[in-house]
Structure formats: C-alpha cells, structure tokens
Design a protein around this ligand. Sequence first.
Ligand code: GLY
Length: 583
Amino acid sequence: MLPRFILVFTSMLMLAQPVITLAQAVNPAINPSLYKLNIQTPVISTEGMVATQDKIASRIGAQVLANGGNAVDAAVAVGFALAVAHQSAGNLGGGGFMLVYLAEEDRTIAIDYREVAPLAAHRDMYLDEQGNVDIRKTRFSFASAGVPGTVLGLHHALSNYGTITWQQAIAPAIKLASEGFLMPYDFSSQLHMYKNRLSRHPATKDVYYGDDGTPIAPSELFVQEDLARTLKMISDEGPDAFYHGEIADMIVAEMERGEGIITHEDLATYSVRERETVRGTYRGYDIVSMPPPSSGGLHIIQMLNILENFNLSKMGAGSAASYHVMAEAMRYAYADRAVHLGDPDFYDVPVGWITSKEYGAELAAKIDMNRARPSSEVSAGTPTPHDSPNTTHFSIADKFGNVVSNTYTLNLSYGSGLMITGAGFIMNDEMDDFSAKPGVMNAYRLIGNEANSIEAGKVPLSSMSPTIVFKDGKPFMLSGGAGGSQIISATLQNIINVIDFDMNIAEAVNFPRIHHQWKPDKLYLQPGISPDTQAILRQYGHDLSVWEYFGRTASVAIEDGVFFGVADPRAIGGSAEAPDQID
Ligand code: GLY
C-alpha cells in the first residue's frame, strides 16, 4: 500500500512542479509515462492486481491474492465467480483461452479450452432447404452449442499451475450463488434488453424473471439455487461431474428435448489443449498472444508489424493520420482472417507468414497515407513459405511475478439464452463463430471460408485475444477483451496507446477507438473522436459509421514491482482491485 504521506507529498509536488509524478515520488527510477497523473489514472498497488468486468469477481480474485494465492489461483476463482455474477459472458457452458506466465520458469503457457463442434456436426448443418443460413439455429437454439470447455479448462489451469485446492477456488462462487448478491443495475437492465431471448426457455425465464415476467430489479437479492448445486457438484466431484456425471446427464437430456446434438460421448471425450503461443516484437517490446484457433494474437502481431513502419508517435494520438493508418492495417489483417484462419488441427494456418516482419512491411508499403483503399481492392494475401514458426476478459498479476491473461465466452451476450434445466447455467452459441456458409457473415459481420467451415471435433475460429506484452523479459502489460471482432482492434489500440502514445494504462484503455474489419467497408468510430478528425478521415475516403460498442477490455500494466489496473469504462460494473485495498 502506498503510504498516505507519500500521496500528500506527491500532491504537493504536483502543485509545485507538474512534471513530478506520483510514481516518481514513490520510486524515481520508474518510467514516469505509465504513472503520470492525467485525466484518468489506474488503480495502483505494489501487491498485485485483478482487473475484470465485474466488481464482485475482481474482489474475489484480489482476496485470493491477499490470502497468498498466485495469479492462476485467482484466475480460477474469478472464472467461477464470473459464471455467477456476470452471466452475459461468465460461464460454465462456454469456453475460452488462458495465457499463463510463470515467473519461476520464465515460460508462457497457452491453454485452449474453447468449445469444439459436437461429433454430429457437419458443414451444412445450419442451411435451410433454400440453402440459406438459419440464424435462429446458429445463434439461439441448443444446436448452436459447442461442447463446453470452461470447467475442464479451469481445472487444467489450477491443477497444473495453481497452488490452492479445487474446492478453495470454487468456494466463493458457491457462496455467491447460494447466498445471493444484490442485482447490479447493468445486469438488471440487460434482462430487460434481452427479454425476448431469455424468456423463450422456461429454465432461463424462471431464473431471471418473476411470474409476471418482470426482471429481477436492481438491488434485489439474486439467489441461484440450481447453479449453487451445480457448482457444489463440480467442487465435490471435480470436472467429472460435468463431463461424465449428473450434470452431463442434464445437458444431454436438455439436448434431446430441444434440437441439440451434444451427446455423452462429446462430453466424455472433450479435452483441453496446450498450444504454442504466437510471438512477435514491437518497437523493442515482446508480444506474446493466443495462437489459432484464436485469430486475435496472430492479427495483433500482424498489425503491429505493419504499424512499426510508421511513426505513430509523431502523428499523435487521436490524429486522423494515426486512425487512418490503423484502419488500413486492420483492413489487411481482417481480409487475411477471412481466408486463412481456422482451427490449426484441421487447417494449415500460415502462422509464420502472417506474423512475419517481411509480410508486415509488404502490407505497410501498400498503405497510402492520403487515401483509404476500398476493401474491394484488398484481398487476402497469398502465403509464401516462411520458416518461423460477448465474451469477457480478465487480467491478473501476482506479487510473485506470475500473470494470467484470460478471455472466455458464451459467444453472444447470454449465449443462446437457453439454460440447462435444473443446472442453472446457460449454454453457449459458439457454433455461430464457424463459417456456416462461405462468404455469409456471422453475428459479428465476420466472413469466413473453408478454413473455418464446420467439422465434427473442430474448434470455431475466435477473435479472443488474451495478450501479454513483455519489456526486458518481464510482463509489462496484460490486455484482452470482449466484443467479438472488435476484441482484436481494441487490444491492438490499448498496446499502441501505451507504447506509441505514452499513455498510462487507464488513458490507453479509455481513449476513443476505431475499428475496421475489411468487410463491410466501413470505418467504425466511437463517439468522442472530434468532428475535425472525422472530416479528414472522410476526405481520405473512409465511410464512417458509429457502432454501438468498441470492445470492453480489462488490463494491467506492471513496472518495477508496481501494478496498475483498469477495467474498460465501456461497460458498467468492471473494476480493478488490489489485494491490499479490499475491505
Ligand atoms: N465468440 C466470439 C469469439 O470467440 O470471437
């Protein structure tokens, strides 16, 4: 904890000498750029940090750290807590990706616990008689569910890299579900917003709505008995309860009542994959991220390789030039995503080529600083041989030097909206992340092709981008987020805002973002970008459009043993919590 006198002393220094920052007063050796007091400041601690999209979950994670647990212990406790408190994306019925950096071994592990297509899945399973994609089936039916990976993924992380017991990690979530919590404003408002989706199935409706159809009101106690019982079974019996036992029976029974295709065999054969991370460098920093079947890591590195060829810092944060060049980099990356990305166990993804500096330079040379190239003139590149090798994110760092960057999801907010009767949790609709038909957009308006076609046992392509930036070999920044296709561009801009524009992590996350994904050929803008800048972007030829949301990230920066945390302000309810600053 930073002693109060230092804060007072620092305030005095700030008045007298604005260039002296809080961190300089605490530790003059620290790079002042991360700490400078500006319009926004992060949460600061010397003991560790937990940043998530939910305050209750962040505090549960911080408490685990305060008890002496490591970042993985906190991550698993947070993963289960979010499944209770942040149900639009926190889950038992979904899947995700976790990056774990172990300080003692100086090693980063990429855990892929994303859903896989059930064994009965096949390429044309969502096409109607006319050959059109049936969107109700791909997004809002039990047939939209992939085989969930969260329970086994969290178990894999804890048993291999954690220090506390499985029961200790789940206990806070069981307490939260059985004793309840006061319904947060944003959760209640979402129950209004998604009422149609969440009222279609009695199991979901009974949990969220009264007999008269009224959603649970803000500040009402929200108790979830079925979910508490499910969590208790998982705690007592381990993941077997979910994949082989009573919960598996409930899932399969629900599938058989509905139009789902997940079987006992699908659940029993589900396994977690450890994969090689994807790696790149950017202006002397090392970028380590999630490999395919996530597209995020690959394309963040690809775009950084393109952008390294431009002097962003000289262009200035928020300038039309910087937004333009980022948009053009995004255009090329998302064009490649549409063609070359899929599950690497089923499709030969050209990782080395996409993440190479040479390809980055080649694409950079095509960017005209005075003109937006229409997407009709841009297509995916042709790989050359190369020999280098609604969703929620949380970032956790412990005082031992370990970090976790984790993103998991049900896909759309509240997934399919369909709960497993008696089990109290919602099933994902992750199958919509496949390309149900080449060239047809998914829920995030993303196009896919052969690489991401549906096959039994295949993992749908993801945009989830848990990322760790290293400086001088040590974790320097953790980021990632929610927001479908915008996860990739949001995480990219967080990194650029820190490295190129010298912002502290709070400024970096809060700064207005843009997004371009090749098709549709639109430059999406967040409110807050000045009309003058917009006018210049229009002159370059961009077709501007305001989109509803721009990725919601949770990020931590670390330097010289000081931790800085921030939850994205684009969603209500997130928080960064430090183990020495909880009640
Ligand atoms: N379900 C969103 C993603 O994984 O990209």
